[in-house]
Design a protein around this ligand. Sequence first.
Ligand code: HEC
Length: 154
Amino acid sequence: MDFSKISLYSLPILVFFVTASLSGCQEPTTANSDQPGKWNTESKKWTKAQIVALESGESLYGKYCAACHLKNGQGNMTSGFPPLKGSAIVKGPVKRHVNIVLLGKQGTAMPAYKNLTNSELAKIVTYERNAWGNNTGDWASEILIKQLRAASVR
Ligand code: HEC
């Protein structure tokens, strides 16, 4: 067997793999790779603008919601605050999720957040739907919040 021939033929293949793995490293991954697991990055590539909105959603969540539902979304069932991580409402239809946040839940500790702007609510809801492994890939738009707010005026 002529080994010099084999290595000659395998050279292009080798070059291919080296280039492929190098270009893999240089792929623009935006902020995703800096924050593994923070929000769904496996099945979804967010744009830069979306990442900025998700970050803002995270801080708004920290400000308004984390006192009860906790930063890690796990809630505190001993105090009656349900987890949002894995919640059927958070992973279910966007409309129902938004309505709970907008209107609160009467007779429970869950307040209504009508006082927040459409933009703030959109960011919080979108963050919740994509944080802690919820991974819905959904984007709740400001327009949607506006429509649901108009529909839910009581
Ligand atoms: C003072 C505590 C408190 C704060 C603050 C709070 N929540 Fe809640 N939240 C609750 C309670 C209690 C429930 C459960 C209501 C019920 O019994 O159905 C709840 C339920 C929910 C649910 C439904 C979850 C499910 O699976 O049933 C969502 C979604 C939710 N809250 C989102 C938010 C968001 C978004 C914020 C911040 C903008 C927020 N909550 C702030 C107490 C709170």
